[in-house]
Design a protein around this ligand. Sequence first.
Ligand SMILES: Nc1nc2c(ncn2[C@@H]2O[C@H](COP(=O)(O)OP(=O)(O)OP(=O)(O)O)[C@@H](O)[C@H]2O)c(=O)[nH]1
Ligand SMILES: [Mg+2]
Length: 317
Amino acid sequence: MSEAAADKPLWRRIKAGLGKTRRRIAESVGDLLHGERQIDESVLEELETALLTTDVGLDATERIIQALTNQVQRRQLNNAEALRNALAALLKEQIADLQAPFQIGEGRPFVVFAVGVNGTGKTTTLGKLANRLQGQGLRVLLAAGDTFRAAAVAQLKQWGERNGVDVVAQGQGADSASVVYDAVMAAKARGHDVVLVDTAGRLQAKTNLMEELKKIHRVVRRLDQRAPQEVLLVLDAGVGQNALSQVAQFDAAVGVTGFVVTKLDGSARAGVVFAIAEQLRQKRAPKPIYFIGVGEGRDDLKPFNGDAFVDALLAPE
Ligand SMILES: Nc1nc2c(ncn2[C@@H]2O[C@H](COP(=O)(O)OP(=O)(O)OP(=O)(O)O)[C@@H](O)[C@H]2O)c(=O)[nH]1
Ligand SMILES: [Mg+2]
């Protein structure tokens, strides 16, 4: 099977998940990308607006439009297909550095944190991830490090029960660092490969919660210098450009190693992925988007594939 053929089902599923953003692009510039329009500099203004309204962000949009303008001036883009191909190539290039497989590497247990502001999808993402990793034959333990919200432990336990994954938890209000300590020790004793640590959603401004997160991080680091091997910042695509400040703040607090962008299915702002790439590029600190969330089901966590992502966004209805 060719590589393109092998990718097709993934592409199709992502296309469905990105429906809202895709439709917004198709509605605003579909005639331009898929029709018979003459390509000149004025059509690029419409494209610029479409990119901005899907949250690609000013900087990335400007760079892309500038590159297209140059090509139009050199008369390299004289039909819709040429424009669509050029745009796709630029968008793919923009996020090429963000692609890396999520791998369970060295260290047992391999410790993964999910961090992020309230309600971005941390708990759900860990549930889906537990399912995925168990499917790869790894022994997974979930740690209910969110002791802040009453329903949080129950929510994680429910995910655990549904998928046959062990959960380490204490009651609401317990010290989250102690829960995580217990979980790592339990994993060592029982031979789990991976500990997935759920943490409380926090407002970036709440320093005490950020301090608590740093404390959990320190406790785990003390148990194993290499841990946590991954700190996943879970971002809700719906917040658009606001995601950028979350990246900066969580990275400063606990050193983010990669991202999960959730709720792409419910948002017309999937372009934020390009804005994140732009921010990382400017800081010369590329980090991968390991996964995207395209639904609430356990199979709705997909590895991020930049080319498939762009092809899905630009696909006609
Ligand atoms: N449509 C859709 N819904 C999602 C996705 N990921 C999470 N959700 C939903 O978003 C809501 C919040 O998810 P949680 O996993 O509880 O978020 P959280 O970050 O753990 O929230 P806190 O612990 O309160 O900070 C739930 O209703 C999830 O089902 C996704 O990719 N797509
Ligand atoms: Mg949660």
